[in-house]
Write a protein that binds this ligand. Structure first.
Ligand code: GDP
Ligand code: IMO
Ligand code: MG
Length: 426
């Protein structure tokens, strides 16, 4: 069995896209199994940048097949923008290489509107990406959702849109003071999408399981980060799906016993976009320096990312529930010009030391990180090809993480490009 998963251990944007692209070179399939166009995965090949939101990052390897599985919420408009951009920018053709599950739920115009309205009008802002993710998953779980398969049954689709609009238009008009949406317009727009989607749509569960059993190499591309997980993350400041390894089987139908390698991606410091607790956040000079060095601006929304030191209380927690086999450290080079680097090993709250990641949002908002301070290396790491090429203090930083996480480090990324990666173990 050869099924590898790449999972973000923090609040997303750990550099999953780069690592997925790198690992995809010898993969038969790369699969997205949850989330939607809220994801923004950056791949840089020979200085050429591409940001993928729905299409798996393996698409840049011409022999790799990519699957958007049942657990994804699919926005067809965004999908076609991405398909067109891949063609224009990279000459990549997705025909015969992209497979979309009949069971994936479809993001509708009212999902995006309700996402935006709820953010504007509610007292607790999540700081969502505005891609309609929460409302679409809410419909899925209240069994009102529209799936890809439904787009191809015109009568049924029309009935679903009409039924949904009864409720959504009530909310839009009476709660948010917005003009109601017209069923006919939506139906026309989505029937056009259906025509264009048709060649990509298929049953993905059997073929993925059969591929795994036949020894094909399958890579599952995590989206978001484990701390944004609906069940185990910093609720309610989370996304609406299982953005960690626990959601993989449900999200793509590959039996969980067939998944044999889980790689946790850990950025050498911490970032978060949107609202919610972030104990190690640095609001002043150091935070700004991390943002500038790391070019920490959202790949999907362009928002400045909040930045702070690495929080090992949080990442030990996420490593545990993901059951990771190894860690990839990314963006080590961003720390190249710091005199001192801090790592959080515990929190202090009301005079008590906490070593567990708390569920209580107030505790997380108000706890004070307990740091260990390490010396910086003040040397460039971007050209290092081997671990031994790294400055001694940078090697010690990596070893410190390995020791505290009690998990081996399999790669260290020192730049955006595919090539700027130190491989420690396969
Ligand atoms: P993802 O959502 O986890 O795929 O991460 P994003 O693509 O949203 O954000 C990661 C950002 O860091 C992107 O701009 C990448 O090009 C960049 N990046 C990835 N790895 C490295 C690295 O090792 N060093 C530097 N300097 N940038 C990196
Ligand atoms: P990738 O895959 C970082 C965050 C949003 C917001 C919260 C809920 O690029 O790592 P949503 O639109 O999902 O309802 O927003 O989750 N969020 C992400 N943050 N990276 C992501 O994806 C994210 N996807 C969602 O900023 O705080
Ligand atoms: Mg991202």
């Amino acid at each position: 069995m050869n099924t590898t998963c790449v999972i973000g251990l923090q609040w997303g944007d750990e550099g999953k896209g780069k690592i997925v692209d790198l690992l995809s070179a010898d993969k038969d399939f790369v699969v997205r199994c949850q989330g939607g166009a809220n994801a923004g995965h950056t791949v840089v090949v020979k200085g050429n940048k591409s940001v993928l939101h729905l299409i798996p990052s393996g698409i840049l390897h011409k022999k790799t097949k990519c699957v958007i599985a049942n657990g994804v919420v699919l926005d067809p408009k965004q999908l076609f923008l991405e398909i067109d951009e891949l063609k224009k920018k990279f000459g990549i053709n997705v025909t015969d290489r992209l497979f979309i599950s009949t069971r994936a739920h479809v993001v509708m115009p009212y999902h995006k509107l309700l996402d935006a309205m709820s953010e504007q009008k509610s007292d607790t802002k999540i700081g969502t990406t505005g891609r309609g993710i929460g409302p679409c998953y809410a419909d899925k779980y209240s069994r009102k959702g529209i799936r890809v398969a439904d787009l191809f049954n015109k009568k049924h689709f029309e009935a679903l849109v009409a039924e949904n609009l009864k409720e959504k238009n009530m909310l839009l008009q009476h709660l948010y003071g917005h003009t109601p949406l017209e069923a006919d317009e939506i139906i026309r727009e989505y029937q056009d999408y259906a025509k264009r989607l048709k060649p990509f749509v298929c049953e993905t569960v059997n073929f993925l399981n059969e591929a795994v059993t036949a020894g094909k190499a399958v890579l599952i591309e995590g989206a978001q980060g484990s701390l944004l997980n609906i069940d185990l993350g910093t609720y309610p400041f989370v996304t609406s799906s299982h953005s960690d390894a626990t959601g993989i089987s449900a999200g793509c139908g590959i039996a969980f016993k067939k998944i044999n390698n889980i790689i946790g991606i850990l950025k050498a410091y911490a970032t978060r976009v949107g609202e919610g607790p972030f104990p190690t956040e640095l609001k002043l000079e150091i935070g700004e320096k991390l943002r500038a060095n790391g070019e920490e601006f959202g790949s999907t929304t362009g928002r400045p990312r909040r930045c702070g030191w690495l929080d090992l209380v949080a990442t030990k927690y996420t490593a545990n529930f993901n059951g990771i086999d190894s860690i990839v450290i990314t963006k080590l080079d961003v720390l190249d010009d710091f005199d001192e680097i801090k790592v959080c090993l515990a929190y202090e709250y009301e005079g008590k030391i906490l070593r567990e990641f708390p569920a209580d949002i107030d505790v997380l908002m108000n706890c004070v990180p307990v740091y260990e301070t390490l010396k910086g290396w003040r040397q460039k790491t971007g050209d290092c090809l081997k671990f031994e090429d790294l400055p001694l203090k940078a090697q010690e930083y990596v070893e410190f993480i390995q020791y505290n996480m009690k998990t081996s480090i399999s790669m260290v990324s020192v730049g955006k490009d595919r090539e700027r990666t130190i491989i420690l173990e396969n």
